[in-house]
Design a protein around this ligand. Structure first.
Ligand code: AOF
Ligand code: ZN
Length: 333
C-alpha cells in the first residue's frame, strides 16, 4: 500500500477533478506483478493501468489499491468489473469511494466471490486527496484561506499600502499552492480596488497545466479593464454576498478546492459561517502597530470565544539577497 500511495502521488498528476489513485498487483509470495496509477480525468483508472501492464499474469493476484475500485462507467469502464474479468483473487483498498457515481465497488467484488479488505492506510489515502474526499463527503468545496500578515496581524498599513508584506519566496510559494486548487475566490471589492490577476504565474518552475477558475463574489459590477477579465484563465462572477451560496454555486460547477484570497471582510464572513477548512498564513518579520487587521471583526469579545485552530505544519521560507525570512503556518479546524 505504501508503494501504491507513492504511485498515486506521482508528481505532475493533476489535483482534481479526479482523485489520485495508485494500484499494485501482488503474487501469492508477495512479489510485485505490475503497478499503475491514474493520470487524471479521462485517462485509465489505476487498476486498469496495472491490469494492462500485467496482461494474463494478473490472474490469481491480489490488487492493492489506494481507493475502493469504482463501480461505474464514467469516462472509463468500471474497475470492479475489470478486476473480476481479470481473475483477481483478493482486493485490499485504503479509502472507500463515497461518491454517488462510483460507490459500491467493494460490494460488487464480494458478490463475485472476491475477498475484499478496506481501510488499510486510509488516513494517508484521504490526506492525499483531501479536497476531493472533503467535497464528496460534504457536498461543497474544501476552503483554504490564505493570507499574509505582519508580526502584529496587519495586512495593510494605515494608508492602505500593502506591497510587499510577504517576501518573494512566500509569494512564489503561494503560486505553488494556487496551482493545487481548482478555484481562486475573492470579493468584487478586491477586484475593483486591488485589481489582482489571480493566475498561477511564471514563478512556478513547471509549466502550469491548468489555471484555476477565477471566481469573484459580490453584487458589485466589475469594471471591464480589470485583470481578472483578461483571457489568461476563466472567470465567473457569483452574484451573491453569502459564503454558503457562493460555495453552492461552485459545487454545482464541480469545484472541489477553493483558495480564498479575499480581504479581511470576506475572510471574516467565511470564518463566521464556519466555512474555512484550512488556513495558510505567511508571517513577515515586520511591525506596523496600526493599519488593517488581517481579518475583520468576528464578533468575539472574550478569549473563551476565540476561534481556535490546530497547527498542522510550520515552514520557514529562508530569505536571500536581503529579502526577509517568512514563516508559513498551515492550520486546520
Ligand atoms: C478507481 N480508480 O484510478 C480512480 C477512481 O468518470 P471517470 O472515469 O473520470 O471516474 C471518476 C470517478 O472514479 C471519481 O470521481 C472517483 O469516484 C473514481 N476514481 N476510481 O477505481 C481510479 N481515479
Ligand atoms: Zn475505476
Amino acid at each position: 500500500m505504501r508503494r501504491a500511495l507513492q504511485l498515486a502521488a506521482t508528481p505532475g498528476v493533476p489535483h482534481g477533478p479526479n482523485p489520485r489513485v495508485g494500484c499494485v498487483l501482488l503474487a501469492d509470495d508477495g512479489t510485485e506483478v505490475a503497478e499503475g496509477f491514474h493520470r487524471g480525468a479521462g485517462t485509465p483508472h489505476a487498476e486498469a493501468a496495472a491490469l494492462a501492464e500485467a496482461g494474463e499474469s494478473a490472474r490469481g493476484t491480489t490488487a492493492v489499491v489506494t481507493l475502493e475500485p469504482c463501480n461505474h462507467t464514467g469516462r472509463t469502464g468500471p474497475c470492479a468489473e475489470a478486476l473480476i474479468a481479470a481473475g483477481i483473487r483478493r482486493v485490499v483498498h485504503a479509502a472507500s469511494d463515497q461518491s454517488s457515481v462510483a460507490t459500491g465497488g467493494a460490494d460488487r467484488l464480494r458478490a463475485a466471490g472476491i475477498e475484499v479488505e478496506g481501510g488499510l492506510m486510509a488516513d494517508d489515502a484521504r490526506a492525499l486527496n483531501r479536497a476531493w474526499t472533503f467535497a464528496v463527503e460534504h457536498g461543497r468545496p474544501y476552503v483554504t484561506w490564505k493570507f499574509a500578515t505582519t508580526l502584529d496581524g496587519r495586512s495593510a498599513a494605515a494608508d492602505g499600502t500593502s506591497r510587499w508584506v510577504s517576501s518573494r519566496a512566500a509569494r512564489l510559494d503561494t503560486h505553488r499552492l494556487r496551482a493545487e486548487c481548482d478555484t481562486m475566490l475573492v470579493g468584487a471589492n478586491t477586484v475593483v480596488v486591488d485589481d489582482p490577476e489571480l493566475t498561477v504565474r511564471d514563478e512556478v518552475d513547471e509549466p502550469v497545466a491548468r489555471q484555476p477558475l477565477r471566481a469573484v463574489m459580490g453584487l458589485r459590477d466589475l469594471p471591464a479593464d480589470r485583470r481578472v477579465l483578461n483571457d489568461r484563465a476563466e472567470t465567473v462572477q457569483l452574484r451573491t454576498r453569502d459564503p454558503r451560496e457562493a460555495l453552492e454555486l461552485l459545487h454545482q460547477r464541480g469545484r472541489q478546492h477553493v483558495f480564498l484570497e479575499g480581504g479581511p471582510t470576506l475572510a471574516a464572513a467565511f470564518l463566521e459561517a464556519g466555512l474555512v477548512d484550512e488556513v495558510v498564513c505567511y508571517v513577515a518579520p515586520m511591525l506596523l502597530g496600526a493599519g488593517t487587521s488581517a481579518v475583520a471583526d468576528l464578533g468575539i469579545t472574550t478569549i473563551a470565544e476565540a476561534l481556535r485552530l490546530h497547527v498542522d505544519d510550520v515552514h520557514v521560507l529562508q530569505g536571500h539577497d536581503g529579502e526577509d525570512t517568512n514563516v508559513r503556518l498551515t492550520m486546520r479546524r
